[in-house]
Design a protein around this ligand. Structure first.
Ligand code: HAM
Length: 420
């Protein structure tokens, strides 16, 4: 061990378990890639104000959790705490919305940073795969995204997750509701902090986990009763499309997300095996975000799924992903001459698309074969002086244990044929 450790709230992904993370990212991205979503990458940091304006001045993310820094040139930057504001910023800057076909559909995968109190499932550096559909107001688009996330989770073998669904209304009906809620909340017996929240972000008060608060919230005005006709119809259509697709969900009128940009559809994927950090993914519509960051009106919808929590969910369900061995063929040379020849063979195999590895470091047969075994390779190629003199190597099937000589000249073709 060195003197250094990974910073608090972070962890390293190391083989072999890192392969699971890669597989999870790929499984989440797969349905997006076949549904018209193009890949986007944005910088790991942005202007602080992109997030304070986009995610919201009053959110925990902006007030407590951002890693901010001032550059030598005096620019205020923040490590990205989420992807939506960055992706929209990049789409606007790149004029993707002017290219003619809306919605612009994008997917991404990367690291995000939040200065949170670390615990299982909650880290300061974590990983998301996300999708954003920018510039269209269409309930089918909301439904598409939820269906694709559901499909991704199912393809991984997850079953014990639930989809919570809500509508937060729009700029017509939400302000009316907000005021009604504030009037109700101001009469309650609440602490200083919560009273302040009533004025800044009253919907978050509904989310308070404390019993004493929840008891007083009985009878609070519910947003559902304040939704305007357009929002109601929109929400009903999203629900109907999900039902028609056979995706089950639970209406959760208390679902308020931790980011301020949401309008209308909001949803969360929760997993029941994860304890308090049960949200494996979430998202929703953000029809006003573009204008909030200085762009034109571009109603949009998206989600991000947490890779770390998805891996925890797989563990909780006891799902083991079938990850094919990284190596198909492992070469074991016996002696100097064989080293040169087999190293050449490995290079040829790799060029021919066969995953191959080599016993480095001049090991003896026994320890080299142990490594061959550990590599998960289906075949080992063993070559000694006598084999080479005869123009062959020994091809050993690591599953059956059978071994036979194969002419060096035929080896690549033979291995490829056997691997199918
Ligand atoms: P979010 O709900 O803040 O939404 O994060 C999405 C997911 O990222 C969470 O459900 C969780 O799985 C994971 N996550 C968040 N914070 C942490 C953490 N500290 N440690 C581990 N995992 C974490 C967003 O980020 C929105 N940008 C989603 C979105 C996209 N909305 C519209 N488009």
């Amino acid at each position: 061990m060195s003197t250094f450790k990974a910073p608090k709230g972070t962890f390293d992904l190391l083989p072999p378990s890192s392969a699971t993370y890669l597989a999870v990212r790929e499984a989440i991205a797969a349905p997006l890639q076949t549904s018209g979503y193009g890949y986007i990458e944005t910088p790991g940091f942005e202007d602080v104000s992109l997030f304070s304006r986009g995610v919201g001045e009053s959110t925990d993310i902006v007030t407590k959790e951002m890693y901010t820094l001032t550059t030598k040139g005096g620019t205020e930057l923040a490590l990205r705490p989420e992807g939506t504001a960055s992706v929209l910023r990049a789409a606007l800057e790149g004029n993707l919305h002017k290219a003619g076909n809306l919605p612009v559909k994008l997917w991404y995968s990367g690291s995000y940073y939040r200065y949170e109190r670390p615990q299982k499932g909650r880290y300061r550096h974590f990983s998301q795969v996300g999708a954003e559909a920018i510039g269209a107001e269409d309930p089918a688009l909301d439904a598409e995204l939820i269906i694709l996330a559901d499909q991704a989770y199912r393809s991984l073998g997850l079953r014990n997750f639930r989809i919570l669904l809500n509508s937060l209304g729009d700029k017509e009906c939400r302000p009316v509701y907000r005021e009604a809620l504030q009037t109700f909340l101001r009469d309650l017996d609440l602490d200083e902090d919560t009273r302040r929240r009533i004025e800044i972000n009253p919907l978050r008060v509904l989310d308070d986990k404390r019993d004493a608060v929840q008891k007083q919230l009985v009878g609070a005005p519910m947003l559902r009763d304040y939704l305007c006709d357009a929002c109601k119809a929109y929400h009903e259509e999203v629900r109907a499309l999900l039902q028609a697709a056979g995706v089950s969900f639970q209406d959760d009128e208390k679902l308020v997300r931790g980011l301020d940009y949401y309008t209308r559809t909001t949803f969360e994927f929760v997993h029941d095996g994860l304890g308090s950090q049960s949200a494996v993914g979430g998202g929703g519509r953000y029809d006003g975000l573009s204008e909030m960051i200085g762009g034109p009106s571009l109603p949009s919808v998206g989600w991000a799924l947490g890779v770390d929590r998805t891996v925890l969910a797989l563990e909780a369900e006891g799902v083991e992903l079938e990850i094919p061995a990284a190596t198909s063929v492992y070469a074991v040379p016996l002696g100097e001459e064989a080293r040169r020849v087999l190293f050449g063979v490995v290079t040829e195999l790799r060029k021919a698309g066969v995953a191959a590895d080599f016993s480095y470091g001049g090991r003896g047969l026994k320890s080299a074969m142990k490594n061959a075994n550990r590599s998960g390779a289906r075949y080992a190629i063993i070559g000694g002086e006598r084999d080479l003199a005869e123009g062959v190597v020994q091809l050993k099937d690591m599953e059956s244990g059978e071994q036979e000589p194969v002419a060096l000249a035929d080896l690549v073709a033979e291995v490829r044929a056997r691997l199918g």
